[in-house]
Design a protein around this ligand. Structure first.
Ligand code: NAP
Length: 270
């Protein structure tokens, strides 16, 4: 399985203290990757790195906001001086916010443009900016792979969450665009792909999917009814594709958006 070998590589996961980001980061670390966990809340990032180190894994805490170029450049310099290279960038910082969601009694025309802009920026600019800041280091580091996080909301309309959806749809387009531009300049040296997770319980969507007592909300039930496998995903179920996209096993794959969704995107609902 040499094609899948990641031992000795360096990865950076934005939103790496979050539910999906930390699971992907940990699975890479368990494959021998040195993993930098980037997040904006120092306590959360440091706690996650301490957990990794306690498990004998190699990890570094980087505190930065994915929307703040200066803070990203600062941690890029820290990463460069400590580990000298970067081969895998997972842009996992992102998510929705309640203020940008159309409530059950609201009309779409009531959408707050401030909240729309904020959530849109977190998802789109929060993926573009780290790519611009860390990309040049990756280009100098040998074969490397950028993995963006899209969503089921990018290709089909998912009610109520327009700011998140338009941000994720733009990530798909950016993934293809950057993949093409980089392949034309660097061949297979830097590939760019995205995964599109189906529905996984995480901090940013818990309130929409689960009641306080853990039962499904009406929306959560609709999602499960439209997921042929009949359940939410487990974060670990992202990791096989992450390993494949990070490694030489996917050496001719760039510009793709790969659903990991229990069949949600294949299903018409009938
Ligand atoms: N869960 C799902 O079903 C699902 C489905 C499709 C796509 N996704 C995507 O998967 C990615 C990971 O989300 P998740 O579900 O694991 O949610 P999560 O647990 O809320 O993780 C999101 C992480 O992003 C960090 N973050 C937010 N804004 C940031 C900023 N400006 N700078 C740096 N870090 C920031 C958060 O840090 P703080 O805690 O400090 O705010 C948090 O650690 C997101 O892009 C999300 O849209 C999730």
């Amino acid at each position: 399985m040499k094609l899948f070998d990641l031992n000795g590589k360096v990865a950076l996961v934005t939103g790496g203290a979050g539910v999906l980001g930390s699971t992907m980061a940990r699975s890479l670390a368990e494959a021998g990757v040195k993993v930098a966990i980037l997040g904006r809340t120092a306590a959360k990032v440091e706690k996650k790195v301490a957990e990794f180190k306690d498990a004998g894994l190699t990890a570094m805490a980087l505190v930065a906001d994915v929307l703040d170029q200066q803070s990203l450049e600062k941690v890029r310099d820290q990463l460069t001086s400590e580990w000298g290279a970067l081969h895998i960038l997972i842009n996992a910082a992102g998510g929705n916010a309640p203020e940008a969601t159309i409530g059950p009694d609201m009309h779409p025309f009531d959408l707050s443009i401030e909240a729309f802009t904020r959530v849109n920026a977190l998802n789109l600019q929060g993926t573009v900016l780290p790519t611009l800041v860390f990309g040049p280091l990756m280009a100098k580091s040998g074969k490397s792979s950028i993995i963006n996080i899209s969503s089921m909301a990018s290709a089909q309309a998912i009610t109520r969450v327009v700011a998140y959806s338009t941000g994720k749809a733009a990530i798909d387009n950016f993934t293809r665009w950057m993949a093409v531009e980089l392949a034309r300049r660097h061949g297979a040296q830097i590939r760019v792909n995205a995964i599109a997770p189906g529905f996984f319980i995480a901090d940013q969507n818990r309130r929409l999917l689960l009641e306080e007592n853990g039962e499904l909300t009406t929306r959560g039930k609709t999602i499960i009814d439209n997921t042929p496998m009949g359940r939410f995903g487990e974060a670990e179920e992202l990791c096989g594709v992450i390993h494949w996209l990070s490694s030489d096993a996917s050496g001719f794959v760039t510009g793709t958006v790969i659903p990991i969704d229990g069949g949600f995107s294949a299903f018409s609902g009938v």
